[in-house]
Write a protein that binds this ligand. Structure first.
Ligand SMILES: Nc1ncnc2c1ncn2[C@@H]1O[C@H](COP(=O)(O)OP(=O)(O)OP(=O)(O)O)[C@@H](O)[C@H]1O
Ligand SMILES: [Mg+2]
Length: 239
């Protein structure tokens, strides 16, 4: 099993208005294996968003390095980071942020356009991804005509349509009720199993963590513990 993502002594300090320093992350070391669902948990303010943003090259650490497929991404220029994010990574957030005037289909098709996918392939790929997340009957609904869980599934279809290697999801289930959140997690598990994806997500919800391969607990910007789950239910068995 190869390591797709590695944090090596990552720290992040913020300097706030009065000049004082906030140590949001201190000496974070972690390794994410390819084809895994990894959860970051921790109280509000423990550093989950700060860490996921740094792992996903949306932010730079104050110290230490992040390696993606063996490459030190903390040394990349902002144009190189943009390219990396656009082609190899994807992001799903708590606030779904779909374009409200576009249908589900148009939202996904637009993401494919931004990723530079040729026009001929966009339509079939958009339909395939929406079908993959169980929305074949909702493709031509606008976000306002979809439930919260359905909107999150459109966001997931949009995130994975350009075949990223890794998806970063910050509290993707926080706005959903538990059954709907679990359905999103099951979809994540299926994507990890069938679509050769790696997913790193944050959550507060204990029920969601049970479906992760590895759970890292953050406390005050440090990794307090990590737990590996043995996911053996029939849906999730690996060969
Ligand atoms: N841009 C910023 N400037 C200053 N301090 C920040 C900034 N972003 C985050 N912090 C601080 O860093 C710490 C970690 O914040 P972070 O957003 O990573 O927490 P979190 O675990 O994601 O919390 P939540 O569960 O509420 O989303 C907090 O103490 C926060 O106040
Ligand atoms: Mg957060």
């Amino acid at each position: 099993m190869s390591v797709i993502l590695k944090a090596d002594n990552v720290s992040r300090q913020f300097i706030i208005g009065d000049g004082s320093v906030v140590n949001a992350l201190t000496d974070i070391n972690l390794e994410v294996e390819n084809n895994r669902l990894v959860c970051l948990r921790g109280r509000s303010g423990s550093g989950k968003t700060t860490l996921i943003n740094i792992l996903g090259a949306l932010d730079k650490p104050s110290g230490g390095s992040v390696f993606f497929n063996g490459k030190n991404i903390t040394e990349l220029s902002s144009a190189e980071c943009d390219r990396l994010r656009r082609h190899e990574m994807a992001f799903v957030f708590q606030s779904v942020a779909l374009i409200s005037t576009m249908t589900a289909y148009e939202n996904v098709e637009f993401a494919l356009r931004l990723a530079g996918v040729p026009m001929k392939q966009r339509s079939s790929r958009a339909k395939e991804c929406l079908t993959r997340v169980g929305l074949e009957k909702r493709m031509y609904h606008r976000p306002g005509e979809l439930s919260g869980g359905e909107q999150q599934r459109v966001a997931i279809a949009r995130a994975v349509c350009h075949r990223p290697k890794i998806v970063f999801a910050d509290e993707p289930t926080a706005a959903l009720d538990t059954p709907t959140g679990l359905a999103v997690l099951k979809l994540f598990r299926d994507l990890v199993k069938d679509d050769d994806l790696t997913i790193v997500m944050t959550t507060h919800d204990e029920t969601m963590m049970e479906l992760a391969d590895v759970v890292y607990s953050l406390e005050d910007g440090k990794i307090a513990s990590s737990v590996k789950n043995d996911i053996t239910d029939s849906n999730n068995q690996r060969p």
